[in-house]
Design a protein around this ligand. Structure first.
Ligand code: N01
Length: 532
């Protein structure tokens, strides 16, 4: 007899909702969270400037119409402290905290075939057993610090943005080096530049950023919007990205150039990546179409940055727009006009070493008081691979995923009975509105467990054939787009030695949800169901 029905790993958006949904279904649940607070990504990434690039009205739970009505977001794009407050409110409102054990890292999870249960070990040495094991570890949790020779000799302070000190960092008057110009680096840079004596931005690959045009959510607009929230949520679930977007519905290459400029300019003025990239139907599938939006964006960089040489270095050229996460910032490019900001091009002069006083490239030495690493994550599979997960016959998940992470419908790995992965490899996850995708997955998992009980089954596991077929479909859809052209974390290219496999489903949130619903309605074809 297991101690619990379900062990959940993680207490971010996914873990919080899993605890609520599974408990509401009558199951006994405990979540383990490595952090000292709930919030996951939004607990750890408390660096200055951290803000979601999905609008607050979308990036929030939809499961409770009351919650939806009573919570008021202050801004169009929510900042990290507000999201953390929101998640705290959800945990309190639904009485979830007693079921979440903080400061506890799951180190191993082993399936026992004889007993049909998972034994889950935590870093305090405790072992708990459960019928089901639900990973809610998140797609962007295993952070990466590059191995720079001499880092241990640095006499200043260094930080990774995904482990930001809760008390904050005062960079006033400091000489700061920032490594990394992805979504995170682009957010943190202007905040540091505003107070630091000097900011050196060490750029390996320039990135595309669209304006946020962030603004307060005025009470009147909020009231009007909330009067049709339910309808809007339904549209979101059926949409392509988990956010209803209105595009022109036409290919950019069929449009007169002046119409294209007008459309892009309007969307640029309105702000936000999704409506901008969703303006035309061919932008993410046709390189020639993508070249049009890329040149529009490079023109905006050139007109913003005063020094033409710096502007050219900031112009991305090596990957299609949108094939890496489109960054959002109102201040990033203009920041390079400040006298205390220097762009260092690592393509022509790579980093060579860190020493007591600062950072060296192959051509210069930069004296620094602090280094900020915004160098990203071992995404999608990294956090789960850090746990010693063993399925049927003791097979390690890390070995099974040696050629790349995989899961049937992005939720269940073959050979790992009664284990579910919220927004796992093969689901729309990071290329969708995560809040919505998390809800969809958790509800599907809850219903699957409910089906097993109702029909006298005790175990469920994806078959290898179903997993193979699904991942082949995921790959086929991905390779009909421009996504695989980028050396991105989506494809594992940012981690030395990681297999280059594109595992996010880009066939659309709506179609994906329908497929999951069909599988459930048909009695779970592609899964082997077993009696206890
Ligand atoms: O990480 P990244 P991130 N030497 O992997 C550079 C989400 N997010 O934390 O491109 C020098 O994108 C690396 O350079 P290169 C969002 O989904 C969302 O910024 O590999 N540089 C790159 O510039 C996002 O996509 C929000 O050449 C090194 C950077 O570090 C995801 O999180 C905000 C290096 C890493 O960029 C990850 O974003 C923040 C080295 N050795 C994050 N190693 C919003 O919602 C790496 N780099 C707005």
């Amino acid at each position: 007899m297991a101690d619990l029905d379900v062990v959940v790993v993680g207490a971010g958006f996914a873990g919080i909702y899993a605890v609520h949904a599974l408990r509401s279904a009558g199951l006994t649940v405990r979540a383990f969270e490595a952090g000292g607070g709930i919030g996951g990504t939004w607990f750890w990434n408390s660096y200055p400037g951290a803000r979601c690039d999905v609008e607050s009205k979308d990036y929030s739970f939809s499961f409770s119409p009351e919650l939806e009505q009573e919570w008021s977001w202050s801004e169009r794009y929510p900042a990290q402290p507000e999201i953390l407050r929101y998640l705290g409110h959800v945990a309190d409102r639904f009485g979830l905290r007693p079921h979440i054990q903080l400061n506890t890292r799951v180190t191993a999870a082993v399936w026992s075939e004889d007993e049909a249960l998972w034994s889950v070990t935590t870093d305090d040495g405790a072992v708990v057993t459960a019928r089901f094991f639900v990973s809610a570890v998140g797609c962007l949790s295993a952070y990466q610090v590059p191995s720079l020779p001499g880092l241990e000799t640095f006499e200043g302070s260094w930080y990774h943005t995904a482990r930001w000190p809760a008390e904050g960092v005062d960079f006033t008057g400091k000489r700061v080096g920032l490594i990394g110009t992805g979504s995170t680096g682009i957010q943190v840079a202007p905040e540091v530049a505003a107070v630091a004596a000097e900011l050196y931005v060490f750029q390996r690959t320039p990135n595309y950023a669209v304006p946020n045009r962030n603004r307060p959510w005025e009470p009147e607009a909020e009231r009007a919007f909330k009067s049709r929230y339910r309808e809007y949520r339904k549209e979101a679930r059926e949409s392509f990205l988990g956010v209803p977007i209105t595009g022109t519905g036409r290919p950019v290459l069929d449009e007169p150039p002046e119409d294209v400029q007008r459309t892009f300019s309007e969307r640029w003025r309105a702000g936000g990546g999704m409506p901008f990239l969703g303006a035309y139907t061919d932008l993410l599938v046709d390189q020639a179409a993508n070249d049009v939006i890329a040149e529009f964006m490079r023109d905006r960089i050139r007109e913003t940055v005063d020094d033409p040489a710096v502007a050219e270095l900031l112009c991305p050229r090596t990957f299609p727009v949108g094939s890496k996460r489109l960054c959002q910032s109102d201040d990033y490019y203009a920041m390079f006009n400040r006298p205390n900001v220097t762009l260092v091009d690592l393509r022509s002069t790579p980093l060579s070493a860190v020493s007591a006083g600062g950072l060296s490239t192959t051509s210069a030495f930069y004296e620094l008081d602090a280094i900020v690493f915004a160098t990203g994550f071992d995404a999608i599979s990294g956090a789960l691979r850090q746990i010693d997960v063993r399925g049927t016959s003791g097979v390690a998940l890390a070995d099974q995923w040696a050629a790349g992470p995989r899961a049937y419908l992005g939720v269940a790995a073959a050979g790992f009975p009664n284990m579910f992965i919220v927004t796992g490899p093969g689901s729309p996850s990071v290329l969708s509105n995560m809040a919505l995708s998390i809800e969809q997955h958790v509800e599907w998992i809850r219903d699957c467990i409910g089906y097993l009980s109702a029909h006298g089954y005790g175990t469920v596991q994806a078959t290898s054939d179903a997993e193979d077929a699904w991942m082949a479909h995921v790959t086929e859809v991905a390779y009909s787009t421009l996504f695989p052209k980028a050396d991105s974390w989506y494809i594992g290219a940012n981690i030395p030695g990681k297999p280059r496999v594109f595992t996010t489903y880009v066939g659309g949130v709506g179609p994906y949800g329908s497929k999951c619903d069909e599988v459930a309605a048909a009695g779970y074809p592609g899964f082997a169901l077993g009696v206890p």
